[in-house]
Design a protein around this ligand. Structure first.
Ligand SMILES: [Zn+2]
Length: 203
């Protein structure tokens, strides 16, 4: 992310909030990312994902004591600006963990990150053990992709890594699971099912 993007995000958010903390009215110190920037492919430097905060309120927002909904409301943001792989009808905390209720959350993809564990240390008891992974993207060559499906744009993160591919066969939870190496798929130009890989059919 360029300095220019960061600076203009900060400036736009501060200007909108008149350089005051949207929660307590003190002088703003940080242009806070309402939803963590690491969850966005482009860093989430959008004014609807920013709120001006003073130091103490910034800490409370990072700890999720001040919620993303509180921040949007205080900053007058109507749009729920989320990373493309998360769901509009689900409630999230700043770190992409799903909020089921006031006393129950599901760990998101950043939950085990050291910095996230540290900042959430006083609320770790709220979390279920299993991680809820977000939407799975379609591969660019997936057959039968609909216009509302999400397609992964950049496969460099999985290149050369072992991946598990699940293929939904019908509407009855029949899954075909393939263990393949992404390297092979890319090298062979994209017919994963025909690669000599182990296939497990379950019903
Ligand atoms: Zn404040």
């Amino acid at each position: 992310m360029t300095n220019k993007t960061r600076d203009s995000f900060r400036q736009t958010v501060f200007d909108r909030d008149k350089h005051r903390c949207v929660i307590c009215g003190d002088r703003a110190k940080d242009a806070h990312h309402i939803i963590e920037r690491r969850l966005f492919p482009d860093g989430g430097y959008h004014p609807d994902n920013g709120a001006s905060l003073c130091g103490p309120c910034h800490l409370l927002a990072e700890q999720t004591v001040i919620t993303v909904e509180d921040l949007r409301q205080a900053a007058g943001i109507k749009n729920k600006y989320l990373p493309p792989h998360l769901y509009q009808d689900q409630r999230y905390d700043k770190w992409g963990n799903i909020i089921v209720s006031e006393d129950r959350r599901l760990p998101g993809e950043l939950f085990h990150d050291e910095s996230v564990q540290k900042v959430l240390s006083s609320s770790l008891h709220l979390f279920d053990k299993l991680i809820k992974y977000p939407r799975t993207y379609h591969l660019p060559w997936s057959p039968g992709v609909n216009s509302d499906d999400r397609i992964i744009q950049d496969l460099s993160g999985v290149k050369g890594k072992e991946v598990i591919v699940t293929l939904k066969m019908d509407g009855e939870n029949t899954l075909c699971i393939e263990m393949i190496y992404m390297q092979e798929v890319l090298a062979l130009n994209l017919t994963p099912v025909e690669i000599g890989s182990e296939t497990f059919g379950t019903k």
